[in-house]
Ligand binder design. Sequence first.
Ligand code: TRP
Ligand code: ZN
Length: 875
Amino acid sequence: MSDTETMQVVYRSDYRPPTFWIDHVELEFDLDPHNAIVTTKITVRRNTDQPSRTLELVGEQLKLLSVSVDGVALNDDEYTASSDLLVLNDLPARCEVQTKVAISPVTNKALSGLYQTSGNFCTQCEAVGFRRITYFLDRPDVMARYQVTIRGDKSTCPVMLSNGNRIASQDLGDGRHEVVWEDPHVKPCYLFALVAGNLKCHRGSFTTASGRDVALEIWVEPQNIDKCQHALVSLQKSMKWDEDVFGLEYDLDVYMIVAVNDFNMGAMENKGLNVFNSKYVLASPETATDDDYLLIEAVIAHEYFHNWTGNRVTCRDWFQLTLKEGLTVFRDEQFTADQTSAAVKRIDDVAGLRAGQFAEDSGPMAHPIRPESYISMDNFYTSTVYRKGAQIIRMYHTLLGQDGFRRGMDLYFRRHDGCAVTCDDFRQAMADANDTNFDLFDRWYSQAGTPELFVTSAWDESAGRLTLSMRQSYPDLAGDLPGTKDRKPVPLPIRVGLLDAESGAELSQYNDVLLLETESADFQFEGLDRQPIASVLRDFSAPVRLRMQRSDDELAFLMAHDTDAFNRWDAGQTLATGMLLKMAQQAADGQPLDEPKLFSDAFAKILTDDSVDEAFKALAITLPRESVLGQEMDVIDPDAIHTAREFFRRSVAGSHRDQLTALHQSLAADGPYSNDQQSINRRRLKNVVLAYLVSLDTPETDQIAADQFSGADNMTDQQAALAILANSNAEQRIAALDEFHRRYHGDPLVLDKWFAVQASSSRAGALSEVRRLSGHSGFTIDNPNRVRSLLGVFSVNQSVFHQADGKGYELLGDYVLLIQSGNPQLASRLVSAFNSYRRFDTGRQELMLRQLKRIASEPNLCKDVHEIVQRALKF
Ligand code: TRP
Ligand code: ZN
């Protein structure tokens, strides 16, 4: 890319339809690692709404070999071409354009376009990778039918896949063979995929509600063929769920999933041919944890659900990304809630939203779920677009109920199937199908930042009336970011319930969803005998920060009695947060720390409460993350937070040592490993309990972890024990790490865990360990999973990354610079760890700024990293 183009800003308001449409695409690939030849024939048709005789096709790093129109080779004066643009002048209203280009998959380290992974060919086109394969109108509103011919070496590429149906194949006689694929559905080019290499197939099938048989194929490297069954079952469950809940059936005869080791994201929903990070496919009890199993099911579901929300109905332009991602995340969240426990799933999701998205929404990368501009679209695959986007969809669902939401979805598909549309189109379909008006919801799409919801309650004894006064506002944001000025109130569905203050019983007639659409409003509850306790924002019904003054006793009451599991959990988190912040202040002032008595008592009660399952107990006794505590401080003090949280945990563990020891023992499996929900829940609680025990730092408690490590018959218990030991002073720590490495260094996904547990340790000297591990023979910057498991995990390990001498910042800076030239997407994820610099003391700010400036001054900085760093520096 030339320098001027590199940093061009794209604005949402600049959207114009294309000057030509493309109806049909014929692609021919002659595969070769260094010199793959791509021949493209496109049938183009002038867009009568945008009459122009000029067609501008974009490319990236392409070597043009020839170009012709309607079979006639063009002379040099009939077109202009560079490696990233091909301009054809004076085209007729309809014609066929043929181009031939050469590309080099083996040197493609960006993992965008056509690249090689573990010796196999693979593509990634979203968002703008297709232009690295051929000159094209690389934009999602250009939808075409595709036919793809692949020619490759029979020995290295016995398997050659693309979208749709395989319609022909032949031996070419010279050691090569050819396969032809045809996709009957129109699609944007970002959904194109090609995979070729030495792969084995795990097969299954699914019969749709209307009785069609669909072949299910999971393609993996030969050594992984025994690790595909869970992915297959997950796919079958997803297909059934989408039929049952949304009436949506699959629309091709084959659904293929390919697992690859080198991948920038989780997975990709290419039509009929999903490409997955192998982390979200491969599982066996010996190598994958319960969390891995759950994630695999969720990602398989997510990509499957994209077939309707994303592929059949796609985005008009990339600013509309949340149209498909927010909606599809919402759908996968509902799916997981139905498969497991709705309460636990909701708590997990909100904890993730608060840790990641809330932080993003208050820093230099704050943007509306529908951004206004970008330099690199890859930088906007964010937790705001995905996770906050899903919360916005969830609010329609809360207001309309499942039936109303379904009516809206049905109308959305009736109106827009086969089209590329906008977030406004979705909102309109939801409103029209329910004879309602969602105009105010537009603000959720155009405003950035997390609203604060202030709630006070007033009790009128003589009238028997409780009044909840609510007010919403946005906290000020530094910088001059789009969507942060003149913000207006947003519609907030607020689920509320009342509890009897004496018995703790639910006063069920008062359950309601209140709608706050203005800056403030009062809501009244009449006919009460005595003052109740209000449970507000149940189920986290809107993505806001709830600000409600409550006494610790009231929080402890809600933690014990709320019938809404989310708020029961949240009361405990709020209680712990208040106590922890006070302790952090004491630690910073060099004062003795208070004992967390109130929490400690509630803790013991939760553990013996038979009305909740083990997974909920595990969540209820897990303390807020250090980064979430940091968000509540004016100036984040990572050391004080760490000291306070460690002290808190040790103190609670010390008060209940015998109970915890007995509980850990009773939760140990009495039979062989099982994967049923109850066994999973028990392991989850057992391992949170183990962390409490080992925090006591005694030889006896260390031994419990060491025994669990060596006796485990599954990765969940083994990995948990290892992570706990890696974070401890236990004398068994090194031996366990060595043993784990000896056993698993040949399995990349398990080796990732070995790096990750050490990168998440906060023991003294953890930072120099991370530095040392970056020089380990198993570490490589060419594999994104490996980079994320060491450097990604370390960069969110607050007390270690923010070590006061700045050595953590330096380490990250070194690697951002090393990685950015090869893999911009990966480097730009890493560099985002500096986005919070304004939230720290001046010493740390200086040190982080030094790294940002050092990176900014790199002469050949990629545009992805450039965009993040410039936003940070201007904030
Ligand atoms: N559409 C994918 C998903 O959310 C995301 C994705 C996969 C992606 N690979 C990517 C986005 C590469 C940008 C770049 O399911
Ligand atoms: Zn997605």
